[in-house]
Design a protein around this ligand. Structure first.
Ligand code: PLP
Length: 356
């Protein structure tokens, strides 16, 4: 069979592989499928999000070859937008902050993107507000530029509805488990899955410290998941259950999966695996599909480095201990989140307005 020839690297985005995980943590007779989003060209689910945002801007005529795109991001979306800028010939300005990992900066620069660094923290000690303020300043300087705004732009979940959602709905699974930051990929997937296969349970996973589903924000180590507010693209109407795990649980799951299954996943993937195992243990669901957002190669010096874990005060859990945690882990019904009946206090409204 001839291998397909793609016209550009962007045509290679999507259609990611699914691998069945065989692990003693999976209850007998049940199945865990891992959809590996790190098989996208920039090694994360954000290639799909970026393509959705860029296609929407290009179709509306707001972005074309020679145009300018500006976005605030300190992680995977910047890499993905920078890649698309190289493919379609538009200029990409990525607003980052002093905490952005140097490898992200080099990665984006390799694709020809311009990096704008903010150094000042906002009144909450974070950088999100100052990054958005810098985007707005840049838009004054480049009024013709496009700001995709991944948090509130419906093109984000809509693209996942049309693409990732179709791929997931084609799997024979009665539960879909994913992580949430903007909410774009999981909510888009969920809309499609619920349309095609009513009765599928969708479980959103987040990290302790994030305020997406309530509580007061505090810092955490897992990259990519969580936010200090709930963005418009997190639609509670399409989520059924919420599962919150700690950095320690997520990283322990990552390390076990790498060692025993050869799957090298990022920390948000660890959260998803914890959520899927907890759900398979505590429900009658037979098959869960876990959406794994990115690769562990992004975190070789962190999650996969014992010295770094030690410096951060993280002790990895044994298989038996992790299993015990997952069997008793609290899985919240979405109604409890709506009522603000989470383990934390209600979402901070002041932070909630950042994305406005
Ligand atoms: C590694 C990783 N995991 C999870 C997410 C969450 O995805 P979403 O913003 O679609 O909710 C992101 C988003 O940046 C990510 O980079």
């Amino acid at each position: 069979m001839n291998s397909p020839i793609y016209q550009t690297i962007a045509d290679f985005i999507g259609n990611t592989p699914v691998v069945e995980v065989h692990d003693s943590l999976i209850p007998k007779g049940k199945k865990l499928l891992a959809k590996l989003e790190y098989y996208n060209p920039s090694f994360s689910v954000k290639d799909r999000t970026a393509l959705g945002l860029v296609q929407a801007a290009m179709c509306s005529g707001r972005l074309a070859k020679g145009g300018i795109l500006i976005e605030s991001t300190s992680g995977n979306l910047g890499k993905s937008l920078a890649l698309l800028g190289a493919v379609y010939g538009f200029r990409v300005i990525v607003v980052i902050d002093a905490k952005t990992h140097p490898s992200v900066i080099r990665w984006c620069e390799a694709y020809g993107a311009q990096m704008e660094m903010v150094h000042e923290t906002d009144e909450n000690g974070g950088y999100q507000k100052t990054r958005v303020a810098r985007v707005k300043k840049l838009l004054e300087q480049f009024p013709e530029a496009v700001w995709p705004n991944q948090y509130d732009n419906q093109a984000n979940p809509k693209f996942h509805y049309r693409t990732t959602g179709e791929e997931v709905a084609a799997l024979n699974a009665d539960a879909v488990v994913g992580s949430v930051s903007t909410g774009g990929h999981l909510c888009g997937i969920s809309c499609k899955v619920k349309e095609k296969k009513q009765g599928t349970t969708v479980i959103a996973c987040d990290v302790e410290g994030s305020a997406v589903f309530g509580g007061v924000f505090h810092s955490y180590l897992v990259n990519g998941a969580g936010l200090s507010w709930r963005s418009k693209n997190t639609d509670l109407n399409v989520l059924d259950k919420i599962c919150i795990s700690s950095d320690q649980e997520a990283f322990s799951a990552c390390r076990l999966l790498a060692k025993d299954s050869g799957l090298l996943i990022g920390g948000s993937g660890g959260l998803v695996v914890c959520g899927a195992l907890a759900w398979l243990n505590q429900s009658s669901s037979q098959t869960a599909v876990a959406i794994i957002p990115d690769t562990g190669t992004n975190y070789l010096e962190q999650i996969y480095n014992d010295e770094w874990l030690g410096q951060k005060g993280i002790t990895l859990l044994s298989r038996a201990k992790l299993n015990e945690c997952l069997k008793t882990k609290r899985i919240l019904d979405i109604e409890e989140v709506r009522r603000g009946n989470t383990a934390h206090s209600p979402i901070e409204t002041e932070l909630a307005s950042i994305s406005e």
